[in-house]
Design a protein around this ligand. Structure first.
Ligand code: T1G
Length: 654
């Protein structure tokens, strides 16, 4: 089988070209090809060598599919040391996303150039890893300790221009990158440029206190994660040891990360997220309907957030409300959100203005006559939704996709309110919709394949993580939230306090404990949903009696200043003895003997409730695979990525 790496002389410049789709990952074949090529260059007429990649990106990292298997020679750190030791001047030419081992390869070159749109970064921390091929040792020598800490502990890529400012890239090349890099290599040789090995450079002056400052920051930001702390240790080694000793430290801590359950969990999620975007049985070449503009029904919190998700992707939005006043309120939510994005540095003022200009309002459904997709985002009243879909059926052109953002209701029943059920689908966004990445795509019984394929591709365009769900009450995430919430209520009656339940779950890794989540969402949502059910349908009163009493007392959660907790104006949850009295009273009424409940029992029962429901959801075919459920819970419900999702955790906890 031919090597994915070719080497040829162009006059006096040796060109190493890597062509290994889809992202030129550093598979064994690529590593071997690179080694053979750099060795060949040492003994030929070349005066300099250029490393360039074909396809959409420079090397995007080590080949993650090889992780967990016996590592084969050449090991990447050794290969990169060989490239750096080259007697011929080496230039790396970057385009696309030069990430992880890919950018480490570039750092082993003596000079680096990049196309204007290129990005560089170290996403290893998102895999529970750290750069294990010299990245933690070479980056601080070139860019300084602070920049190295920021870049490697965040895992966030930076643009080529910013990389150039901090000394990681030397030159931006417009036009043909390959030709430009070869010409630049010639210039470097002609000007007598030195072979510049970053491993031989000293780390620029820095304040030694920076490491402890960073450790305390990470203790909060990356609570419980192993890799970030190891990254700080590696960069500290780069700043205080020889390159060789620093490399030994990096190798030791890299292997510790690689062997950790956290990295196994995060690597599982990396592939689970990509697999979730694939629909079993749906042909890859299923035609998609063009989506050039969309409509949104409802300018509430969800409608505004959804509108921004599309506008931020450059897709014009028409927001429909029932009155001018309601429309004004809806657009004001959008304006406030954009101001927030600018304040947080997520968008520049110009970017925000450009996106905001793509959102227009109307009170007339006739404004939707030409849109290609409409997303209904009104409150959870099934009858109202059916009325809206009947109107959309008449107002929208043939072929327009009609989507509902419902988080519980029967998408098939909504589809039946139209004469085009094949054009109807669920698109369940998560609040705040312009920030949360999860999108549950609910496939109705009659949803056409091209509608599903269109929405799955559109999700990626608006930078969401799509997961397909069948139709059931609550789809995947909210359906699992129900037994999770009921178990939390039982734990309260049996003897745990709200703060004990929440603190136990947050110490375990959940972003927020269940009672704080319900206070945030509003206890009245569940109360209203239960009002529509018979006593039989409501199930065991132990699972809802306490929250119902709280709602009847006007304690709706954060929005009313009190729910399971009391909230001061900073929305800080404070335990409230009045709630404990209610819990004691209901426990006694329902004959529940109270006892000491341990944190371990709280975690085991709550996570167990998620796992048990998840198994049913897969067995019923509501979710395609258990990895999809992990993606839902990590991206939409604050489940710790370092534990891989409820189903991965359940399968590996022994
Ligand atoms: N290894 C193997 N396959 C990879 C891969 C990788 N590093 N990156 C992507 N793929 C596959 C992916 O599974 C999918 O396959 C296809 O490429 C397209 O990916 C030693 C230890 C580069 C920004 O973490 O961030 O280097 O589903 O759908 O949206 O110190 O892929 O088509 O069969 O994501 O355009 C560090 C991970 C590794 C980068 C492109 N590098 N990749 O995004 O396409 S560890 C990373 C990405 C490391 C060193 C350390 C993204 C992308 P399929 P995609 P995309």
């Amino acid at each position: 089988m031919s090597s994915p790496v070719s080497y040829q002389l162009e006059d006096t410049i040796g060109v190493i070209s890597i062509d290994s789709p889809p992202v030129n990952a550093l598979s064994h074949a690529v590593r071997q090809g690179l080694l053979d090529a750099i060795n060949a260059a040492q003994n030929d007429a070349s005066e300099a060598v250029v490393i360039v990649c074909a396809g959409r990106t420079f090397i995007a990292g080590a080949d993650i599919t090889e992780f967990g298997k016996p590592l084969k020679d050449p090991w990447l750190p050794d290969l990169l040391n060989t490239i750096e030791a080259s007697a011929k001047l080496v230039v790396a030419a970057l385009h696309g996303t030069a990430l992880g081992g890919g950018f480490e390869t570039a750092l082993a070159a003596h000079y680096r150039c990049a196309a204007p749109g290129a990005k560089i970064g170290f996403p290893e921390v998102h895999l529970g890893l750290l750069p294990g091929a010299g990245g933690t040792q070479r980056t601080p020598r070139l860019a300084g300790v602070q920049a190295a800490l920021d870049l490697i502990t965040s895992g966030t890529p930076i643009a080529a221009g910013e990389a150039q400012e901090i000394g990681l890239i030397d030159k931006i090349i417009d036009g043909d990158l390959r030709a430009g890099a070869i010409a630049w290599a010639r210039e470097l040789v002609a000007s007598g440029a030195k072979i510049r090995r970053s491993s031989e450079q000293d780390v620029p002056e820095f304040d030694h206190a920076i490491f402890d400052v960073y450790r305390s920051k990470l203790a909060r930001r990356a609570r419980g994660q192993v890799a970030p702390d190891h990254i700080v240790a590696c960069i500290e080694a780069a700043a205080t040891m020889t390159f060789e000793d620093g490399m030994a430290k990096e190798r030791e801590l890299f292997m510790a990360c690689m062997d950790s359950s956290q990295s196994a969990a995060m690597r599982h999620l990396f592939f689970a997220e990509r697999l979730a975007a694939k629909v079993d049985g749906l042909a890859k070449d299923t035609p998609q309907r063009p989506i050039k503009s969309i409509g949104i029904i409802g300018g509430g919190t969800m409608g505004g957030g959804i509108a921004m998700s599309f506008a931020n992707a450059g897709i014009p939005v028409t927001m429909i409300e029932i009155s001018e006043e309601a429309l004004e309120r809806g657009l004001a939510i959008v304006d406030k959100n954009y101001a927030g994005s600018v304040k947080r540095g997520k968008l520049t003022q110009e970017q925000a203005a450009k996106c905001r200009a793509l959102i227009v309002g109307s009170v007339d459904y006739a404004s939707l006559a030409d849109v290609d997709l409409v997303i209904e985002a009104v409150f959870e009243d099934p009858e109202l939704k059916k009325k809206i879909f009947a109107k959309l059926d008449k107002a929208c052109k043939a072929g327009a996709i009609l989507a509902t953002n419902t988080s519980y209701q029967d998408v098939d029943a909504i589809a039946a309110a139209t004469g085009r059920p094949e054009d109807v689908i669920g698109m369940h966004f998560f609040s705040p919709a312009h920030i949360m990445k999860l999108l549950e795509v609910v496939r109705g019984k009659k949803t056409a394949d091209d509608v599903l394929a269109t929405v799955m591709a559109l999700a990626k365009k608006i930078r969401k993580v799509p997961v397909v769900s069948g139709v059931c009450y609550g789809f995947i995430g909210n359906r699992m939230l129900s037994p999770y919430g009921k178990t939390a209520q039982l734990l309260l009656l049996e003897g745990a306090s709200p703060q004990q339940v929440d603190n136990a779950m947050e110490a375990w890794g959940m972003a927020m404990g269940p009672l704080r989540v319900f206070d945030l969402a509003g206890l009245d949502i569940g109360y209203k949903a239960r009002e529509a059910l018979s006593d039989d349908e409501k199930g065991d009163p132990k699972s809802y009696r306490v929250p119902d009493l709280l709602v009847e007392m006007g304690r709706l959660g954060q929005k009313s200043g009190a729910g399971f907790y009391h909230y001061d104006d900073a929305r800080k949850p404070t335990p409230d003895s009045a709630v404990q009295e209610i819990i004691d009273q209901v426990a006694s009424e329902l004959g529940v003997d109270r006892r000491t409940v341990t944190d371990e029992e709280i975690v085991a029962r709550l996570i167990g409730a998620l796992i048990d429901e998840g198994k049913k959801i897969v067995a019923e075919g509501i979710a395609q695979r258990s990895g999809d459920i992990d993606v839902v819970y990590v991206y939409g419900y604050g489940f710790p990525a370092a534990r891989g999702g409820p189903m991965f955790y359940g399968a590996n906890r022994g």
